[in-house]
Design a protein around this ligand. Structure first.
Ligand code: CA
Length: 285
């Protein structure tokens, strides 16, 4: 079974690399705006953008040609980020979602937390095959080459079995979440955390990969080397960005609000119900 999974993953990676020269390259460095806050590396509630303004070109996202401020839905205030992919977007890279670079990058021994609220309209089609890329933290290796992503994927959005799944590419071992289906026309929150190490907790290091959904810990992986080699770093947060080497049948959009990123230089001070440091916060409107 594990071998089969690895073959599927390897095929997916090879397909990605073979058919797309953008998705695995280094994080762009196009003038991203960072907001001054007491603790966060990055935080945006999208309230400072007028309805319809593009959220691209590093303001605040890169590779986000379709992303715009929108007052159609909001988790906080009146405005969110509307992210869209269209059938003509050729896999979506450059259009779908967005990238926030991490500068300085996060080395071995570092930590990174990313949290957001998301609203999936009932019109959204989870048609990406085999799975839909969702939250992703990219590993650049010590020699500058691609070290793969720490990924949260949506698999069976409308089911309660294998709804979500995680992987660190190159490590290539899936873990699955069985639970509530993806809700429609309402907000939910997700948070991703990495303890950055090429040696996993299980192997005596500090490599760890957590996901919270509505502040509940749903993945707590201790088997994952979150960077491939000791000289590697985490260099960017990728939200969607690529629909795989295919296109959705119709225009698809979601709304994202209250995106925040923290690192080890000023970690979040909240704790989850298990005492783990996390960003946390409101999980309902
Ligand atoms: Ca907002």
């Amino acid at each position: 079974m594990k071998t089969t999974i690895k073959i599927i993953v390897l095929s997916l990676i090879l397909t990605t690399i073979g058919c797309d020269n953008n998705d695995d390259t280094a994080t762009p460095t196009d003038g991203t705006t960072f907001y001054e806050t007491a603790n966060a590396y990055f935080i945006d509630d999208f309230e400072n953008y007028a309805d319809g303004v593009p959220l691209s070109g590093g303001n605040p996202f890169g590779a986000s040609g379709n992303t715009k401020a929108s007052t159609e839905q909001s988790f906080s205030g009146t405005t969110s980020a509307k992210m869209e992919i269209k059938p003509e977007n050729d896999g979506g890279f450059g259009y779908w979602g967005g990238i926030i670079p991490l500068s300085p990058t996060i080395p071995k021994g570092g930590e990174v937390w990313v949290r957001l609220a998301i609203y999936w309209p009932s019109s959204f089609e989870f048609s990406a095959t085999p799975f839909m890329k969702f939250l992703r933290l990219h590993n650049k290796q010590g020699d500058g080459s691609n070290g793969g992503y720490n990924d949260l994927y949506v698999n069976n959005a409308n089911d309660t079995v294998q709804v979500l799944q995680t992987i660190k590419e190159i490590h290539d071992i899936w873990e699955y979440y069985d639970g509530n289906a993806i809700p429609r026309d309402t907000w939910e929150t997700y948070e991703m955390y990495l303890s950055v190490d090429d040696v996993s907790v299980d192997d005596g290091g500090n490599g760890r990969f957590r996901i919270w959904r509505d502040n509940k810990l749903i993945f707590d992986r201790t088997d994952v080397p979150t960077i491939t080699d000791a000289g590697g770093v985490i260099d960017g947060f990728y939200l969607f960005t690529y629909w795989n080497n295919e296109n959705p049948p119709n225009n698809n959009h979601v709304y994202v609000d209250d995106l925040s990123i923290f690192t080890q230089t000023s970690p979040p001070t909240n704790q989850d119900e298990n005492g783990n440091a996390f960003i946390g916060g409101a999980d309902q409107q």
